[in-house]
Design a protein around this ligand. Structure first.
Ligand SMILES: [Zn+2]
Length: 310
């Protein structure tokens, strides 16, 4: 009888324990739902990478554009608007990269502060068909990327001053990596003789890179893949690029990851030149690819360019 009662008691105790653990796990699930981590919403993949390198686990970093997407022609979705509403703050490139100001509109509609990462960059001025525009592709100079990083640090620090010191500490490490990247690129491009440093791509994404590392560059689409002023393919622009490929003896032309390769294939055929590979331009590579980070994307681009032009 005593043994039976003991078994019964143990059984009851086990049931009680099981029930309490069910209750506990329900409670913690509820807690996870109610304490969602604060988030930052970035427009481009590069900005998301810079931000992740700075904020650690303090914020979840979300990105509107998927790898390979084109910022010039992007149209925001209701899902983007929801992400903006949930975000603590938004980050855009600026300099009209986000065509028709779609990121500022998303942030404005959600009532969220927005950081413009390219603020303080000395912009290159593009003149096409007599019209002047500011070149938005400033991240292609690692020195400008450092300006982006500093702007992100001060923007996030003003949203959460208590973590300013650790944002600055992470940025210090990342800025050192950007300086190493810069000097590595300088060493690598030295393998290409100066007269062969000509970069032909679909659209004018590589002006900052070209200026920094002594390349000439040409692009039949102009500064944007969209329909902004001074952008888009015209027969005269196409012919001018074909002519200069022929007269300069360009060894190879390049496809871009965020732009349809059709135009460059046509150009290569017309000019009788080979395609040297695909470059990451307005977007980094997909998760798991060698170009999934800013440093990875720059490294792989340089290797592709050096491999084709040296
Ligand atoms: Zn672009």
């Amino acid at each position: 009888m005593a043994v039976l009662r003991k078994i019964l008691l143990i059984g009851l105790a086990l049931i009680a324990f099981a029930n309490s653990s069910v209750l506990q796990s329900d409670a913690s699930a509820l807690q996870i739902k109610t304490t969602e981590k604060p988030s930052i919403l970035c427009s481009t993949t590069q900005l998301a990478d810079f931000t992740r390198n700075i904020v650690g686990d303090s914020f979840e970093v979300k990105c509107v554009l998927a790898p390979g997407a084109d910022p010039h022609t992007y149209m925001p979705t209701p899902r983007d608007a929801q992400m903006a509403v949930r975000a603590t703050l938004c980050i855009q490139n600026g300099l009209n990269l986000e065509g028709k100001n779609w990121m500022a509109t998303l942030a404005g509609d959600a009532g969220k502060p927005i950081i413009t990462a390219a603020d303080g960059v000395k912009p290159l001025i593009l003149e096409t068909d007599g019209k002047k525009t500011l070149d938005p592709h400033a991240w292609f100079s690692p020195e400008n990327a450092a300006i982006y990083v500093r702007n992100i640090v001060s923007g996030v620090a003003s949203a959460n001053p208590s973590i300013k010191w650790e944002l600055e500490a992470r940025a210090k490490l990342y800025l050192a990596q950007l300086r190493t990247l810069d000097s590595w690129i300088r060493q690598m491009v030295h393998m290409i003789p100066l007269q062969q440093r000509i970069l032909v791509t679909s659209h004018d994404a590589f002006n900052y890179f070209a200026q920094e590392f002594d390349f000439k560059n040409q692009a039949p689409l102009g500064w944007s893949t969209g329909s902004e002023i001074g952008a888009g393919m015209t027969p005269s622009r196409f012919k001018a690029v074909v002519d200069s490929i022929k007269s300069l003896g360009v060894k190879a032309v390049f496809v871009e990851s965020s732009v349809n390769p059709k135009l460059i294939r046509e150009l290569a055929r017309e000019a009788g030149v080979r395609i040297g590979g695909e470059l990451y331009s307005d977007s980094m590579g997909a998760e798991g690819s060698a170009g999934e980070t800013y440093i990875g994307m720059m490294r792989e681009n340089v290797l592709t360019i050096v491999g084709a032009l040296k």
